[in-house]
Design a protein around this ligand. Structure first.
Ligand code: SAM
Length: 252
C-alpha cells in the first residue's frame, strides 16, 4: 500500500479523469448521497455483499470499482485471517482518496490501485482467488468487465457481483423506475451543480440493465459456471456468485 499512498497524496488534488470523472466530482459526498437516495438501504446490501465475499475461500481478493471502499470496510469485521490480501481498485483517483482515508486504519494488507475494470493489464492472468464488483457493472461495459474478471481469476475462483436488478412485481418496478427517473437527475444536479452531461452518464444502463436471470445468462455466456443469485429488497438489487471453471478456460 505504501507505494500507492505516496502517489495518492501527491497527485489526488490534480487528477482529472480523462473521460468524465462524475464520481470524482462527488467523492467526498458519495456515501452521504447513497444514504439519501437509497433511504439507507445500500447499507443492508453492502453488509450482505461483504458477508457473501467473506464467506468465499480466498487469499487474494480484487474489488473492482471499489469506490469509497465501503464494502471493503465491512469485510474487515468479517475476516480474522491476517494473511488475506485485498486489492481495492477504481478508475477514479478521488474515490480512491476517500477509500484510502477509510481503509488506512484497517489491520490488513490492502492495496489501493487505480485500475479500469474493463482493462486490468497490470493484473496477471489467473492470479486472483475472488473478484468482486458492486453497483458498477451498469455503468461499465459489463461484457468487458466479465471478460477481464474471468481472465484474472484463478481456475475455480469466484466472481461476486452486487448490482441493480429488477423488482418482480411489475407495478412496483414501474413506480421504482419513476422514482429513479426523478431522483437520478436530481442527484446529478446536486453532484455537479447543473452539469447535464452527468445525468446521462448516471442514467446510462439503469433502465436497460438485464434482469437477475438475464445477468446470470450473460455470466454463463462469458464462460463462468455454477451461477447463482439472490435478490435483495424485492429485487431492487441482486447478488450473483459464479465460478471460473477449473479446466477449459486458458487465458494468456
Ligand atoms: C456507483 S459507484 C460504486 C462504488 C462501490 N463499489 C460501492 O458499492 O459503493 C461506481 C464506481 O465505479 C467507478 N468506475 C466507473 N467506471 C469504472 C471503470 N471502468 N473501472 C473502474 N472503476 C470504474 C467509479 O469511479 C465509482 O467509484
Amino acid at each position: 500500500m505504501a507505494e500507492y499512498q505516496s502517489k495518492l497524496t501527491d497527485n489526488a488534488a490534480d487528477f482529472i479523469w480523462p473521460n468524465d470523472d462524475v464520481f470524482g466530482r462527488i467523492a467526498s459526498r458519495y456515501d452521504w448521497l447513497c444514504d439519501l437516495f437509497s433511504f439507507g438501504l445500500h447499507r443492508l446490501w453492502k453488509h450482505r455483499m461483504a458477508q457473501r465475499i467473506a464467506g468465499e475461500t480466498w487469499v487474494t481478493l480484487l474489488d473492482g470499482a471499489t469506490g469509497t471502499g465501503d464494502i471493503m470496510l465491512r469485510i474487515f469485521s468479517k475476516i480474522s485471517d491476517k494473511k488475506k490480501n485485498i486489492i481495492a481498485a477504481d478508475i477514479s483517483e478521488k474515490m480512491l482518496g476517500v477509500a484510502h482515508r477509510k481503509l488506512m486504519p484497517m489491520p490488513s494488507n490492502v492495496s489501493l490501485v487505480r485500475l479500469d475494470a474493463e482493462n486490468m493489464a497490470s493484473i496477471p492472468s489467473a492470479s486472483i482467488d475472488a473478484y468482486s464488483i458492486s453497483l458498477a457493472l451498469k455503468i461499465c461495459n459489463r461484457h468487458r468487465v466479465l471478460e477481464e474478471a474471468l481472465r484474472v481469476l484463478k481456475p475455480g475462483g469466484r466472481l461476486i457481483v452486487l448490482e441493480a436488478s429488477n423488482i418482480r412485481y411489475a407495478f412496483i418496478q414501474r413506480l421504482y423506475l419513476v422514482y429513479m427517473s426523478i431522483c437520478i437527475p436530481l442527484l446529478g444536479w446536486l453532484m455537479t451543480a447543473g452539469d447535464t452531461s452527468a445525468y446521462k452518464y448516471l442514467l446510462k444502463g439503469i433502465k436497460e440493465f438485464p434482469s437477475a436471470e438475464g445477468l446470470a445468462a450473460e455470466m454463463l455466456n462469458a464462460g463462468f459456471e455454477s451461477v447463482e443469485f439472490e435478490r435483495l429488497t424485492l429485487g431492487i438489487v441482486a447478488i450473483h456468485v459464479a465460478r471460473k471453471p477449473l479446466v477449459g478456460t486458458l487465458h494468456v
